[in-house]
Design a protein around this ligand. Structure first.
Ligand code: 8YV
Length: 308
């Protein structure tokens, strides 16, 4: 039987690529295949959360039936176009939740206690002439979680171990033992640490903006492990430069992997290369789940994790 043709928007670890190549005729978009020629053969696209799929690519594949995402976010895909074309979408929820929550906690601790700068202080010998400056306490403070889905809830579970008081904003109150504060500005006012975990949608675009940052205030820290579009990056840079907030830890950026050079000068910003789900174990599970979804589609079985 000839192998089905799939188009890859993203590259994957060798283990996943080998498995994909064994099951499919794979075409890599970054090698500039002639879409006029191969487009009609493509039945499925494999991509990741950040890259999504450009609408022009979807249009160039008239027989496309499935987009399988290696990642949880599907904000970089035109859902209306996919609905019109009856293209199904799968992602890889759950398997990456714990890693994202782990990194969020690591970012909180690193930012408040200035762990990277302290490492430099010890390593560089600066410690021989000066003590490292005092930093901010983490345990027993107040956290606000904006977006209380799977990742937000996993962050909350971890924060409880630090004796941190937890409040959250979400579209609806949930049966959770945390304080529901629907208005993001009120949540920011309340929080010492404001975590952004919401999926990027038109409603959450720049939900963190000059007003939210002002409410967070000079003692408040922002941690974003969701999508850059949820934060007005220029307003954040202004707030960091003028110390309107205490600091920010970011795993996502507007023009990533290119970072606005204004960030580089800031000692109150902790910058991470969009790697919240990037552990060997989790990426392996993500690759497996993406391939299981592709296999289910081509075997006419129900998809395992269609987006909801
Ligand atoms: C990954 C992500 O960056 O899940 C998402 O939406 O952004 C990340 O987990 C990505 O999909 C893997 O490259």
């Amino acid at each position: 039987m000839p192998k089905p043709h799939i188009l890859q928007i993203a590259s994957y670890p060798a283990h996943d690529q080998t498995a994909l190549d064994a099951a499919y005729t794979t075409h890599r978009l970054w090698l500039n295949p002639d879409l006029n020629q191969i487009g009609p053969q493509i039945q499925a696209i494999a991509t990741n959360g950040g890259a999504g799929v450009a609408s022009a690519v979807i249009r160039a594949c008239p027989n496309l039936k499935l987009i399988a995402i290696y990642g949880v976010g599907y904000d970089a895909i035109d859902l209306t176009l996919c609905a019109e074309r009856h293209i199904q979408i799968t992602n890889t929820p759950d398997v990456l939740t714990g890693d994202c929550a782990d990194l969020a906690l690591g970012m909180m601790l690193s930012l408040a206690r200035q762990i990277p700068a302290a490492d430099h202080h010890a390593r560089s010998g600066a410690w021989t002439t000066a003590s490292f400056p005092l930093q901010r306490r983490v345990w027993g403070t107040k956290a606000g979680i904006l977006g209380m889905g799977r990742i937000g809830q996993d962050i909350a579970t971890r924060l409880q171990g630090f004796g941190i008081d937890i409040a959250y904003s979400a579209r609806h109150q949930k049966p959770l033992p945390y304080t529901y504060i629907p208005d993001p500005i009120d949540l920011a006012t309340h929080a010492d640490f404001l975590f952004v975990t919401a999926a990027a949608t038109p409603e959450t675009h720049h939900i963190i903006n000059a007003a939210t940052l002002k409410a967070l205030g000079p003692n408040g820290f922002l941690i974003n492990i969701s999508r850059a579009a949820n934060v007005d990056e220029n307003a954040l840079l202004d707030a960091l430069e003028t110390h309107q907030i205490a600091g920010a830890a970011l795993d996502v950026f507007d023009a990533e992997p290119h970072i606005n050079p204004r960030f580089a000068a800031l000692t109150n910003a902790l910058l991470q290369p969009h790697h919240a789900s990037a552990t060997h174990e989790t990426r392996r599970a993500m690759g497996q789940l993406m391939r299981d979804n592709l296999a289910a589609y081509f075997a006419n079985r129900p998809l395992i994790t269609p987006i909801t």
